[in-house]
Design a protein around this ligand. Structure first.
Ligand code: SMO
Length: 789
């Protein structure tokens, strides 16, 4: 193949972007169905209350009303949503759809279905709730206080369970005892809203005649949703089809089936028709699960020569009112990744899940790794300050070196490949520049560099089994050459705006040796996609679906070649596939060439293949199709280093990020343009969490952040113009094709980078920079306390 027909490594514009930008997207709210009815929810106005009455008499009398299901109606029609990842000791094993106690404000208690969306909202308001208030438990401190009101029956002291990862306690104690310096800090990573561009939504249609339930949902994991719906509604797998249309972002918030989504489907089944619900932004702020929500007491022990002896942390996970399907999963990943890219004699962390009367928390881009990076990098920084070492120097001294890889951490993660030092040094070099000459005296400016590893290829079956995670981790693809030579890829991973369709097409085109636009990628439909529980989560789609596709394309390319060789009466090794331009530049011709000028086109080969000609030349079967299930032998680890330059206004406490440099190693990049977009978007999201974002409630547990007026996302002007993203490449030794993930990578390091840069700029307040976000009021309070302002 000639150079211009290579596809991996090319910055091809993502195929659906133009359609989406021009308004051609088909998101949930764009879908139409015949005779569709509309749903609205009766939600709890209180954080904690017994539901003594749910009176829908008036609503039901209204001619616009089709159905109302309250706690009793739902109880007869729905079972609880099953748990996927439990904490040891966790008393509550699943999330009920029908409830008689409200445990957070915004919790759906019932569903109203009506002829129009407005009627549904009116009638939901007409339902009269009789609530007997119970004491709210809005914070983890409230939940753990002596005599705290119980949130979940059976959870003594509001603890959901606990688990410890890493080195034995004696090793940690010994390391602390021989340390020259031990830094210990309390950290707070607040709750945050995912804020996807498109809120949630479901269109469920049930046909009583066939018993088929077809669900369109703005979901990140259609197969997982189908599994949960079967359990909740008591339907067979072959009765339920879930389709994700265009999805406008998810970031972890659309991983799980929610009770309100299940209610829409239960209503469709009850009515024998189609029911639609499109979540409003206000509902998304109060009803959608939230992210982060972690408190930690953590310590780092360092020897006199600056060698890391131990990382140790006690993590408190604010689970909210229910443990979601993965419960404290992100916090467990914090514990697993606390050690990060460094050597240490010991490392361990304990996770305690705590129930509060707030909306449940769950996955958020980075899945515990952002929290780990913040805690670890701040501790490293503080230790450097105590030892009088430059923070970069202390990091470089302890980084795991390429010759140490593969390296297994104290929590059992085996890093496969990479050059952590090269990435850190490059980020530091990029960030080096003289301060501008015109900074006013009340501005302090400094730079910091931080580092992290990123789990990808989540996850080998054996690993999930060891953790007791009731999900499959492998990924399958089905690759087909059609009768005209075009190519179709089916995969269970889905597109959530990250451009995965384009990257998979590039891998298929490269492996088969055909033009890129001959490849179509079909995703998001449980009826046609290979099974996929985890789908587009956890920086995994490209590594696992892509890895499977590399194998499938290699196999199918071999079969096509063998077939063509048969027709050319040659041996497969004597046949070459060549792409040639034709009069029509948009349709090049691909042909197999044998000896003496003999040739057969790719298309004719496929066509004859479909007729069954040349069967003698095939090793196995007729169909030009390969299905490959890829279960990775182990995880693969991407890594990165970020440098932030900040200017701190000593008068106002405002932190401005004036420069940002990110260097990542995600192995072989399939599409550098998409990689750049992913990392850049993640950085923007991470900067929001560093500086402004916090989902808050008042003392009664009622949400305060209910719109983008109270909840500040970073805008374009908050992202530094000097934002540089670079990539080094150490191929994965685990994934065919050498790919590693990067979907979460950009979001993992910004809070650590910004906080460490503020610490460098104003060392007087460095020890206080352990809680996010670094709002002007928080920074100003620290400056005041330090007597600076
Ligand atoms: S936080 Mo992700 O959607 O695994």
């Amino acid at each position: 193949m000639t150079g211009e027909h290579r596809h991996i490594g090319r910055s091809v514009p993502p195929r659906h972007h133009e359609r989406l930008v021009r308004g051609g997207g088909r998101f949930l709210a764009d879908l139409r169905a015949a005779d569709v009815l509309h749903a609205a929810f009766v939600r709890s106005p209180l954080a904690h209350a017994a539901v003594a009455g749910f009176d829908a008499t008036a609503a039901r009398r209204d001619p616009r009303c089709a159905l109302v299901l309250g706690p009793d109606g739902l109880a007869g029609r729905t079972a609880a949503i099953p748990t996927v990842w439990r904490l040891p000791g966790q008393p509550q094993e699943s999330i009920p759809v029908a409830v008689h106690t409200a445990r957070y404000a915004g919790q759906p208690l019932g569903i109203v279905v009506a002829r129009t969306p407005t009627a549904a909202l009116d009638l939901a308001e007409a339902v009269r709730l009789d609530l007997a208030p119970l004491p709210p438990v809005p914070t983890v401190a409230d939940a753990l206080a002596e005599h705290a009101p119980p949130v979940v029956p059976g959870a003594a002291g509001n603890e959901a369970g606990r688990i410890r990862f890493g080195s034995p306690a004696e090793e940690i104690a010994a390391a602390l005892a021989r340390a020259a310096v031990v830094v210990e800090r309390e950290f707070t990573l607040p709750r945050v809203h995912h804020s996807p561009l498109e809120p949630r939504g479901v269109l469920a249609a049930y046909e009583a005649g066939t018993g088929l339930l077809t669900v369109h949902a703005s979901s990140q994991s259609p197969h997982a949703m189908r599994q949960d719906l079967c359990a909740v509604l008591g339907l067979r797998a072959d009765q339920v089809r879930v389709i994700a249309p265009d999805v406008g972002g998810s970031f972890g918030s659309k991983v799980f089936l929610y009770p309100d989504e299940a209610m829409v489907c239960a209503a469709a089944v009850a009515l024998g028709g189609a029911v639609r619900w499109v979540e409003s932004r206000a509902e998304n702020f109060t009803g959608a699960y939230q992210g982060r929500a972690q408190q930690a007491t953590a310590r780092l022990a360092v020897s006199g020569e600056g060698r890391f002896l131990a990382f140790d942390a006690d993590l408190l996970a604010d689970l909210g009112a229910y443990a979601t399907q993965a419960g404290a999963g992100p916090h467990q990943v914090t514990a697993l990744t606390l050690q990060g890219p460094y050597h240490a004699d010991a490392a361990a962390a304990t996770v305690r899940g705590v129930y509060t009367t707030r909306v449940p928390t769950g996955a958020y881009r980075g899945y515990g790794m952002q929290e780990a990076a913040f805690i670890r990098e701040r501790l490293v920084d503080e230790a450097a300050r105590e030892l009088g070492l430059a923070p970069v120097e202390l990091r470089l001294r302890n980084l795991i070196r390429p010759q140490d890889l593969p390296h297994t951490t104290h929590t059992g993660l085996t890093y496969d490949s990479g050059d952590y030092g090269a990435v850190l040094r490059r980020a530091a070099a990029l960030a080096e520049r003289p301060p501008p000459p015109d900074d006013p005296p009340w501005v302090r400016r400094a730079t910091a560099v931080v580092a992290a590893v990123e789990i990808s290829a989540f996850a080998p079956t054996a690993l999930l089994e060891a953790f007791g995670i009731a999900w499959s981790g492998w990924e399958g693809v089905r690759l087909r050459i059609n009768h005209d030579g075009t190519v179709t890829v089916h995969s269970g991973v889905i597109a959530v705006g990250q451009g995965i369709e384009t990257s998979l097409a590039q891998i298929a085109a490269e492996g088969l040796g055909v033009p890129l636009d001959w490849v179509r990628v079909e995703l998001g439909d449980t009826d046609t996609a290979p099974h996929s529980d985890l789908s587009a989560q956890a920086s995994r789609a490209l590594t696992l679906a892509g890895g499977a596709l590399v194998i499938a394309a290699r196999q199918l390319a071999g079969r096509m070649r063998a077939l063509a060789a048969g027709f050319l009466e040659a041996e497969p090794e004597q046949v070459t596939l060549r792409i040639a331009a034709t009069a029509d530049p948009s349709s090049p011709e691909a042909a197999f060439h044998g000896a003496g000028g003999a040739r057969i086109t790719w298309r004719e080969t496929a066509h004859r293949g479909y007729r069954g000609w040349g069967r003698a030349h095939r090793t196995d079967r007729i169909r030009l199709e390969e299905s490959v299930d890829f279960d990775p032998p182990q995880l693969t680890f991407a890594h990165g280093a970020h440098a932030a330059e900040v200017a701190v206004d000593l008068g106002t406490g405002r932190v401005e990020v004036t420069g940002y440099w990110a260097v990542h190693d995600s192995g072989v990049l399939v599409n550098p343009l998409i990689a750049h977009g992913q990392i850049t978007g993640g950085i923007a999201q991470g900067l929001g969490q560093a500086l402004t974002e916090e989902a808050r409630v008042d003392g009664a547990g009622l949400p305060v952040t209910r719109s983008f007026r109270e909840y500040t996302l970073p805008a374009a002007q908050d992202i530094p113009e000097d934002l540089v993203v670079e990539h080094l490449c150490t191929p994965s030794t685990v994934i065919p094709g050498g790919f590693k993930g990067l979907g979460e990578g950009g979001a993992i390091l910004p809070p650590a980078a910004v906080a460490c840069a503020v610490a460098a700029a104003v060392p007087e307040i460095a020890h206080t920079l352990t809680s996010l976000p670094l709002t002007p009021s928080r920074v100003r309070a620290a400056l005041r306390a330090a007597g600076i302002t």
